[in-house]
Design a protein. Sequence first.
Length: 376
Amino acid sequence: MPVNNKFQIKSPTFLTPGDPAPGFRQRSFDNPQYSFDSAAGRYLVLCFYGSAADSHAQAALAAAHGRPDIFDDRRACFFGVSVDPADEATGRVQNRIPGYRHFWDFDLMACRLYGVTEQTASPASGPVSLTRQWVVIDPTMRVIAAIPFAEDRSDLARVIEVLEAQPAPERYAGEEIMAPILLLPRVLEPDLCRHLVGLYEAEGGEESGFMREIDGKTVGVSDPGFKRRKDYHISDNSLIDALKARFVRRVVPQIAKIHQFGVTRMERYIVSCYAAEDGGHFAPHRDNTTKGTAHRRFAVSVNLNDDFDGGEVSFPEYGPRSFKAPLGGAVVFSCSLLHCVGKVTRGKRYAFLPFVYDDAAARIREQNAGFIAESG
């Protein structure tokens, strides 16, 4: 049946339980590039309702809005997906924070990723057939259930039943599990840590941004609400060589043992400072999501001091536990993992924060060099 002359219902072709839920960036109610997988770490529900002008879509939204105890941004988040520009133009669809957000999928990008419409579908070619559905996703971005809209609207109760049956997000796998990281003490000696901190204190640091993909280019942007950190860039080649030598002896063998990955390259030699006075923190993100950063394989976070509170690294997909490496110790993790740095509440956290990769990734870096926007 045609709905609002924008789309038609089609036969279902769904993702199945255990499949990875595709990540994507799409314009949302209040964000021009919302990264869906940055919301991982809780249960996520995508509701491909098509148009809020439709009565079943209205019932679906009402059912979700009726359970703020589930959709509270801690246990779960609801994401509606509209393909109808009138939903935005009329204001009949609104975010409700916490818990409820909407994507404007007017180009059908998310719908194609989730099999809601044909891969060749285009809004420019006339009415589009949609398989309206709910997709329930676990905290690590794996599908729990795909539930099609049903004529008797039994899908509304079914979605809630599935969510109510899930354990707390940190026990999504049936028990609490450790994030797949390495925690390595004794990477840098205390004297070397103090030397690096001294360089920062003598020279000062510059406000640090982060990378975004904008119009096909990797662009450095700044948003204090998302990240607040200052960096000092090490230029002394002898010091850089000394740091490399310690990584070759103390970090590279551990990555090879655990991940069977041969590190041959290192990127970025900085001393970073997350200061309580600045509200130092870094919101959930992944380190390899742009063309300019796609070559990065592992991030290494070495604490250069321990006289601070807060500022711990955590991995929301694997629960709320956070990690504070000892003085000179490192947290090592895949750049694909969602991670964040909590707000420093006392003092300053100094850290050495390189990325490591291999020769194959170096070729990717070279191939993508043209996609990096010139600074300044």
